[in-house]
Structure formats: C-alpha cells, structure tokens
Design a protein around this ligand. Sequence first.
Ligand code: ADP
Ligand code: TRP
Length: 316
Amino acid sequence: MNKKVFLSGVQPSGKPHIGNYFGAMKQFVDLQNEHDGYVFIADYHALHSLRNPKEMNENIKNILLDYLAIGIDPKKVTFFKQSDISEHTELTWIFDTITTMPFLMRAHAYKDAEAKNKEIDVGTFNYPVLMAADILLYSPDVVPVGADQKQHVEIARDIAEKFNSTYGETFKLPNSKIMKDMAIVLGTDGRKMSKSYGNTIPLFAEYEEIKKCVMSIVTDSSGGIPQNVFAIHRLFRPEAELNKIYKEKSGKYKDLKEMLVEDMEKFIAPLRERRKEFAKDIPKALAILKAGSEKAKKVASKKMEEVREKIGVQVY
Ligand code: ADP
Ligand code: TRP
C-alpha cells in the first residue's frame, strides 16, 4: 500500500522556540513513521527578512542541526534545501500568470504589512505563490503547519484548482494539518510565543536559560492559579496531574515555576545533547542535506516536465 505523503517547510530564521516545536516541528517527527515525508529549509522564503549572507549561511546550518536533533530521520523523510531546487522558483512564475492581485491581497502577511504602512516588496506579496509551488511540486496529501500558515495552504489549493481547470488535471489538492490542542503556544508574557515579541523559551536552552525564562513568566495574581505558567506547563505534563498540583499549591507561584523548570529540563536536556553530537560533525550533517536535495530534485524536475507539457512550451 502506498503511504500518504506530508510536506512542510521551515524558515531558517534563528533559534527555534518551544512554540515552533509544539506548533510545527514535532508534527514532522510524529508523521514520519506513517508517511513518506518532505521537509525543507525555506531559505528563499527567508530572504525577504534576512539579508545578511553570513547570518543566512549560519542559520541554514543551525536549522539543519535543530531538525536532526529533534529526530527527523533522513531515511524516512527527504530533508532538503529550497534553493537547491530551481523548480520552486520556476513554477512560481507560471503560477504568477494565473493568480490575480486581488486574490493575493487577501493574504494575512500582506494585509498585516499593509496595515503597518510598511513598504511591501514584491517577494512578500508573492510569498504565498512560492509556497504553493513548494507544496504542489511534491503532491503531498497533508501539509502540517501552525495555525498562522493555514491560509497559505488554502491559497495553494486554490492555485492548484485554477491550474487544473485551465490546463487539465495536474496537481493534487493539499490539506493543511493543524495540531488541535497545541495550535497556539503562549509565551512568557501570555501573548502568542514569537521571536518578534521577545517572549520565547528556546527549544535547546541550557538549564540556566530555562530557569531565567520561566522565572520571567508574567503571573497574574487572580485566583491563585498562574494561567501563563499553567499554559506552558501543560506541554510538559498531563493536564489532569497539573490540575491537582496547581490546586494544592494555589498561590505558590515560585514553587510552581520551579517545578516547571525541572519538567522542562527533563524534556529539553536529551534534545540539547543530541544537537551537540550532530554539531561535532557539520560536514556529515551537510552531506545528509545534500543527499536529500538530490532526491527532491528528481521528483520536482519530473513534475516540471509535466507542467511544461501541459502549458504547451514543450516542443522537443
Ligand atoms: P515566530 O513567530 O517566532 O517568528 P515563525 O513564524 O518562524 O515563528 O514560525 C515557524 C513555525 O512555527 C510556523 O509553522 C508557525 O506556525 C509555528 N509557530 C510559531 N509560533 C508558534 C506558537 N506560539 N504556537 C504554535 N506554533 C507556532
Ligand atoms: N511559510 C512557512 C513559515 O513561515 C514556511 C514554508 C515555506 C512552508 N514553504 C512552505 C510551510 C510549504 C509548509 C509548506 O512557517
């Protein structure tokens, strides 16, 4: 029986935090046992905010180590780099010619940038189209992403439908997959955990850093149960256990935070150690990525041949 296929991309945008892990990264590890998978480093996506070549280069290597450390298995998942596969940008152009401006103006990323009166580059405007090409080249059944990316997967679906109705059945329609309980992980200030809010807890934090982050969680003094602490704690211990403990220790914020520090350390320490192991041999890690890109290239170039045939540019 053919396994279902999942695909997702991750931007090399700095240190991952536990929101990224529970909202997105973890799903890939869970899915790889029952699915064939594609996971790629979306370096071309990151270009619109990352224009320092040295930082880009380092971030790519760092995210490679991050994913190997959380348990992405290159035997089960084709793990590759977007910029190695020129078909992504090639297909973007073809999609651009069947996608209207008003349609893309509905995308959240564009609307947010516009609301902030930012000068918007064409790349940011076109971001969902590149993402559609990323997805559709590999015919995945599911695209695991955080809730904020759901709209982009829907746009990919719409673009696939438009292409199919214009040129004939070519692309499989993808579905997004959002982890229900974990859809939004909250940060130390109670807002959504995000690098741009400075309220994150790094996934590979050392013990002291975990402690510092947890101690900085803003506690509300109503009702004796610190909601912000609880919201993060439930990622590391079953909620039923926590309900009991938080009732018993009502009002004792320091005790509860100390317990969270220990629970987090238990979870993070093995990941942190695995990452250190991979970091000892960067060329080996890079060879894994390169082999993944070679595999992905075969799939993408085959799909592009079909696309060129369908749009009529194939004459030889
Ligand atoms: P950030 O907001 O920190 O810049 P990104 O935008 O780089 O994070 O998100 C990378 C991935 O992690 C996306 O799939 C996104 O949906 C997911 N993600 C980010 N923050 C959270 C969060 N607080 N809770 C759940 N998922 C998240
Ligand atoms: N835009 C996604 C993010 O910021 C990353 C991404 C790029 C992606 N291409 C993708 C995710 C294709 C899923 C499928 O997180």
